[in-house]
Design a protein around this ligand. Structure first.
Ligand SMILES: *Cc1c(COP(=O)(O)O)cnc(C)c1O
Length: 392
């Protein structure tokens, strides 16, 4: 018999632990809550974690993408190819920088950008590709890097889902020219809001650092911590997207636990895989040998024809059962803004649309207790279990 859980299970609830709670209080009392020593420390920790030469902490991954696109000198009308199966932030960052987002379809099985479709979308205006390591699964980087080399395009990796991922034994985010990470509340580790860019190119790093802080040649902490007064100089156009010390301390405590959290999500992932085997739905594809999946999103694809139930009906049923769920994503080209401004239409990206209609993401936070995981499973089974394959 199905038994409904009492309280609502929030999708993507972060696991915040006592050390960061305590240190936030210390920072609040310290007299310096802005960008300073903690942000620098977090950058250094992240740089070492990825073994890249430069890491710049910012207030979001959207800002990280925006400043990365500015760093490679995207000009008016330059085209940047990205998957339509991604979050709005990826495309919006291209628009902020003055570029034109050009969508490509994804593959149905991996849900990551299809290199064949990237090739079809290249024009004389194409300047860059943004592969999104969707759900934590590495994109087909050999193919993407080969295309980039052949057409002299820059590659900016969107690693918002993929901090822990590896592609053929190489750390994700070290394959492109620049790579961007998110520490938004629902991501694998969080700073509440936050982002990071990594690169091996000192010129890119310098441009990003300066633009993140109004185009000032020197950051506020260096200015204010100096005993003598210093005038600042504005050396280029800039924005305001620095990470504060208040945010960075959360990351400083979260980053060392990243593998512990990953292992907990792997357990939950395995439990879901086992429980859903015989249901009329597709589970995430196993990761390619030699790769490491960052296990950010456990996405089910409902067999809506067999179930005679829409995905949105499934969502309602899950919420009725007090289980928070999410959708990653309704493909960007289906949203009014991108349709009206860039001429996209339903039918343009068949695989992304196929996924958009069927996908649902289940809770996967390391905060989930064993009972929470079982509650998710019994809700799914209760809703779609009647469609069980008869021969199993
Ligand atoms: C979350 C996310 C972003 C944006 O990250 P923010 O830190 O919220 O700006 C970009 N791309 C993808 C794929 C994301 O999931």
């Amino acid at each position: 018999m199905y038994k409904k859980r009492k309280d609502f299970l929030v999708f993507g609830a972060p696991l915040i632990e006592e050390p960061e709670i305590k240190e936030i209080t210390d920072i609040l009392r310290s007299g310096w809550i802005g960008t300073g020593p903690k942000a620098k420390r977090f950058e250094e920790m992240f740089r070492r974690y990825k073994l890249r030469k430069y890491a710049i902490a910012l207030n979001s991954c959207t800002a990280a993408l925006h400043l990365s696109i500015r760093a490679i000198d995207i000009q008016n009308g330059d085209e940047v190819i990205l998957p339509s199966m991604t979050f709005a932030g990826t495309a919006n960052a291209v628009i902020h920088a003055g570029g034109r987002p050009v969508f490509a379809d994804c593959r149905r099985d991996t849900m990551t950008i299809d290199p064949e479709d990237i090739r079809r979308k290249i024009t004389s205006k194409t300047k860059a590709i943004i592969p999104v390591h969707f759900a934590g699964r590495p994109c087909d980087m050999d193919e993407i890097l080969a295309i980039a080399k052949r057409y002299r395009l820059k590659v900016i990796e969107d690693c918002a889902h993929a901090i822990e991922a590896e592609y053929k034994g190489k750390k994700i985010g070290t394959l492109g020219d620049l790579a961007c990470f998110s520490f938004y509340v629902t991501k694998n580790i969080t700073t509440c809001e936050g982002g990071m860019v990594i690169t091996d190119d000192s010129a890119y790093s310098e441009k990003i650092k300066i633009r993140a802080m109004q185009g000032l040649a020197e950051d506020a902490w260096t200015r204010f911590s100096d005993k003598s007064h210093k005038h600042y100089e504005v050396v280029c156009d800039g924005y305001k997207c620095n990470m504060t010390d208040l945010q960075a301390v959360i990351g400083i405590h979260q980053l060392p636990r990243i593998d512990k959290y990953w292992r907990r999500r792997k357990e939950i992932w395995g439990r879901y895989d086992e429980a859903f085997r015989d249901l009329p739905l597709a589970m995430p594809l196993p990761v390619a040998p030699g790769d490491r999946h960052a296990l950010h999103l456990y996405t089910l694809l409902l067999d809506i024809d067999n179930l005679k139930m829409t995905r949105d009906c499934f969502l309602k049923e899950m919420i009725k059962r007090n289980i928070g769920i999410s959708v990653h994503y309704i493909a960007l080209h289906l949203h009014p803004y991108y349709r009206n401004n860039f001429g996209y239409r339903p039918g343009d990206f068949p695989n992304a649309e196929w996924i958009s209609e069927r996908t649902v993401s289940l809770p996967l936070s390391p905060k989930l207790a064993a009972e929470d995981v079982e509650d998710v499973i019994s809700a799914v089974v209760d809703i779609v279990g009647h469609g069980k394959n008869k021969n199993t």
